[in-house]
Design a protein around this ligand. Structure first.
Ligand code: SIN
Length: 542
């Protein structure tokens, strides 16, 4: 079955939906999303969107904070584009109907988070992502020319190099023509063809055992792009959010950094505060510092968690500012207003991803990437809190501007119809293998490629993931694909890319901390690790 549109968008978070709304003025849009359209990383975002909107703030301050957090690896030009493009995109969201929290004087109620020198987090209570997603979806649904394919999981991108023997993978003339996607209900693989394809598939937290991310975060965009020869960079920089609720049933429920912005204190189990010993900004230090400090204290003492204490803010203000977090904690038996709550770090954000220019373009023609799956250069070695939604907004807008131009340029003509070929694949009667491999990858990554790494741990992880990848490859070609198998192949690919990049970085910087090289070494390692086909090379930061 073949479906043609002008624009194909894979993923339905903020990056995908804002692009879709704009592109729909220029042609038909198809959105593929692997679960319900509202299930996205955006939807889980509590904290908000960082942007310069107050008189006390300035672009220079926001740029400086972003560069500082990024540990010397941010691309300054991209950071400036991000910061200076922010206010217009916030106004656009408000014009579309997004309701951000405001103060009594009708000004935006700006929150504060780790690494920010000023209050600049625009939020909608503690459910910012939900509010934005709700409004974007209403608008997308109202458009007659945006077709939404829910419960469709993209399998692979379709490129010229895959169809035409004369075009090798990674060729500068390679062009993306769409993607194959599995309809999870009917089991049919459909061919989606489009002039422009945007990968907006979000993050890859599910590569780790404990993550703040929803189940959909399996790094599909990065894995698919890598397979067709897109350049992938900085995969070793995985951000661990310092504070997820520690509770067996809570599935790493995120406790927003905004709590620390409002004065919450991290304490040891004997209630001693400890962050001042690690950083002058204390509990509001950048995330890499806070997560490493918590990890260090837990390991030193053999503790399973530390406490986060916001009781000093008072019950009324807590309920008003953090209604969702308050209620959720209560449902797990913790009253935020009366007691400190147990927290642990969990995998939260992929700072690297598919390399794009400042217009969201990858090295493959007509293939764009935006949001967490992309590596625009703004996050460097550690993302500043609440810069992620901003990045999705600013760079999706720029991708849209470039995409409508690229569409006018002549492209390669498709030589033939492209049905998915199942070959000799048969139904598997051993799905337990898939479950088992999923579990093994996630545990291996958590234990050996987590907040604190070492050469021995990384090499151990490499041996295991290499073996698993071999097994998955065989399984993949012999059995009829399912969404679990597609995701398994993707998390294995992403895990391998993370390990490969982590092994070669012989220093500690930002989110990559290796016990065997505990110092940051700007002289040798102020570079981005780029993986392209089977090569890994370093590129100077500009
Ligand atoms: C949070 O609310 O702490 C998450 C915000 C972010 O990851 O930027």
């Amino acid at each position: 079955m073949e479906i043609k549109s002008d624009f194909l968008i894979i993923g339905s978070g903020m990056a995908g939906l804002t692009f879709a709304l704009k592109a729909a003025d220029y042609g038909d849009v198809a959105i593929i999303t692997k679960k319900d359209i509202a299930e996205s990383n955006t939807n889980c975002a509590q904290g908000g969107i960082a942007a310069v909107t107050s008189e006390e703030d300035s672009y220079e301050f926001h740029v400086r904070d972003t560069l500082e957090a990024g540990g010397g690896l941010c691309k300054e030009e991209a950071v400036r584009i991000l910061v200076e493009g922010g206010p217009a995109r916030i106004r656009e969201l408000m014009d579309w109907g997004v309701k951000f929290s405001i103060k009594e004087n009708q000004e935006l109620d700006l929150g504060k988070e780790g690494g920010h020198s000023k209050r600049r987090i625009i939020h909608a209570g503690d459910i910012t992502g939900q509010e934005v997603e709700k409004v974007l979806l209403q608008r997308v649904r109202a458009r007659g020319n945006i077709a939404i394919y829910e419960h469709h999981i993209a399998i692979d991108l379709i490129t010229r190099a895959k169809l035409d023997r004369c075009t090798p993978l990674g060729d500068p003339e390679d062009v993306c023509l769409g993607a194959y996607a599995l309809d999870r209900y009917s089991g049919i693989v459909k061919t989606f063809l489009a002039d422009i394809t945007l990968l907006a598939t979000g993050g890859s937290g599910k590569v780790y055992l404990y993550t703040s991310n929803p189940d959909i975060a399996t790094g599909d965009g990065v894995a698919m792009a890598y397979r067709v020869g897109a350049r992938i960079a900085n995969m070793e920089f995985i951000q661990f959010h310092p504070t997820c609720l520690y509770h067996p049933a809570a599935k790493s429920f995120l406790i927003s950094e905004a709590l620390r912005g409002e004065g919450a204190v991290l304490r040891l189990q004997d209630s001693t505060p400890f962050m001042e010993r690690y950083h002058p900004m204390g509990c509001l230090a950048p995330r890499d510092v806070v997560s490493q400090a918590i990890d260090n204290e837990m390991k030193k003492r053999g503790d399973d968690f530390v406490y986060l204490d916001i009781t000093a803010l008072g019950e009324e203000r807590i309920k008003e500012r953090f209604p969702n977090i308050y209620e959720t904690c209560l449902s797990y038996g913790y009253n935020l207003a009366k007691e400190p709550i147990p927290v642990v770090p969990a995998a939260h954000y992929l700072c690297g991803g598919i390399v794009t220019d400042s217009y969201g373009r990858t090295n493959i023609k007509r293939l764009y990437a935006s949001g967490e799956t992309a590596c625009t250069g703004v996050h460097g070695a550690n993302r500043l809190a609440s810069n992620s939604l901003l990045e999705a907004l600013v760079f999706s807008h720029r991708a849209f501007l470039r995409a409508i131009e690229e569409r006018k340029e002549p492209s390669w003509e498709l030589p033939r119809l492209l049905e998915w070929n199942i070959g000799n694949a048969v139904d598997s009667d051993e799905n337990v293998v898939v479950t088992h491999n999923w579990d093994e990858i996630r545990r291996t990554m958590w234990n050996y490629v987590g907040i604190v790494r070492s050469n021995k741990r990384l090499n151990r992880a490499k041996t295991r993931i290499d073996l698993l990848q071999k097994e998955i490859k065989e399984y993949y070609w012999n059995f009829i694909i399912t969404s679990d198998l597609i995701e398994l192949r993707n998390i294995a690919t992403v895990a391998a890319l993370i390990i490969r990049s982590a092994i070669v970085r012989e220093e500690s910087r930002g989110l990559h901390y290796n016990l065997d090289y505990p110092q940051r070494d700007d002289q040798h390692w102020r570079k981005n690790a780029v993986i392209y086909l089977d090569k890994l090379y370093f590129e100077a930061v500009c």
